[in-house]
Write a protein that binds this ligand. Sequence first.
Ligand code: COA
Length: 468
Amino acid sequence: MTTWCDAKTAVQVVASGNRVYLQGMCSTPTPLIEALVARGEELLDVELLTALPFGPVPYTDPRWVGHFHVRTPFVGASEREAVNAGRASYAPVFLSYVPTLLAPDAPWRIDVAFIQVSPPDKQGYCSLGPSVDATRAAVDYARQVVALVNPRVPRTLGDSFVHVSRLDFAVQWEGPLHEVGRQAPDQTQLEIGRHVAGLIEDGATLQLGIGAIPDAVLQALTDRRDLGIHSEMFSDGVLDLVERGVITGARKTIDRGKIVASFVVGSRRLMDFLDDNPMVELRSTAYTNDSKNIRQFDHMVAINSALQMDLTGQVCAESIGTAQYSGVGGQMDFLRGAALAPHGRPILALPSTAHTTKASAGNMPFELPPVEGQVSRIVPILTPGAAVTTTRAHVHYVVTEYGTAMLLGLSLAERARSLIAIAAPQFREPLERAAYDLHLLYRHCWGGFRWLTGGTRLTQRTCPGDGD
Ligand code: COA
């Protein structure tokens, strides 16, 4: 039985000690969040299970410590400060696994789910809109469901339907979804996009991770044919390639002809594209991110990014030193799935440097000092506290604006050489010096040349610290 009421009444369903799931990103149900926080004084120990909320997050304010506490598998801009101050908690978990954690007998059992849906169709079904992801499981498992029913939510197809009778409390509301604008890729990103595009053949199925690089990759693919999408997420860049007839999904091994993802982030134009579109199926992350499904695609290409990588290939994609920046997300799900797929290509694409405003203290072991406000993302060892998101054994292709390294099967010495070759030129010499100090590389002089591990002949350039 559905009770139609206002937001203030609907959120009365939450009691102290409850765990409340909040649908996230473009679908973040802001009026419900605001109504819940307005009850903050009377609630204690309410856990909010969040999924990258867009818009205001008043529950992270220090005044609500003891009243609300966030648990999140992915840290976004709005909750980052609270997580790093210790007022909110990050839980590292593969996104493929989150739906399982929400089951009634699992550790993240949910009392109440706050969602935002389209109005019921003539059969009484509402759609979860652009965010099906773990929300599918939250709606299936929550003891109570509270929904904003908003005509601006696109009626997405796939695993997105919720019968109106499943809504315990429904609030009629009309307002814009949280939109995300596009930023034109810069020169570095375009260069990376061109290198990555060189690894993508006609008929490939793509997964695109989060960040600016995926859009740059898509811009470099306008001359390809019959690309497919099987991804955790996608955004406006995909729409351009659909309109040009590049993305057709015609050669996908499964879900042929369909764009399959678990959530979509982007503009109103993108939301209109999703509306009642049989070409797009939004499904639970339990399906999209399951490596058993991903590995079925012939020519599966997974494109993800990183914040830092060490000379052996260990990837940090979620923290800057000890400061949590984002989350594990689907990176390992997709890199592993693509590695196991026939002709699959798991790719990590990252700019060689990052802008830093922080002067180097210079007291961390093997820390490379910044050069003109830039730090190298390829480093001798990961910054202390940096999380390893993807292990070095899982890494195959690494792309920067300076080229591509293929690490699979390489020794540690060969990995160091390959990664130094695609690092920013101003950091190559200090990286090489560190690689010697770490005994990743070995040099000796013979016959007037310097020889490195693996028999690679080094040019006449002086090796720093060379005592011969
Ligand atoms: N040292 C210091 N600062 C660094 C840094 C480093 N090594 N690397 C990046 N930064 C800073 C950047 O300068 C930037 O700062 P700014 O916002 O002040 O400009 C910020 O960190 C973000 O870096 P950027 O490279 O622009 O991030 P992005 O938006 O392209 O996202 C990831 C990259 C890795 C964070 C993102 O892809 C991610 O969260 N991945 C993990 C999850 C995942 O892969 N999911 C895939 C399935 S969807």
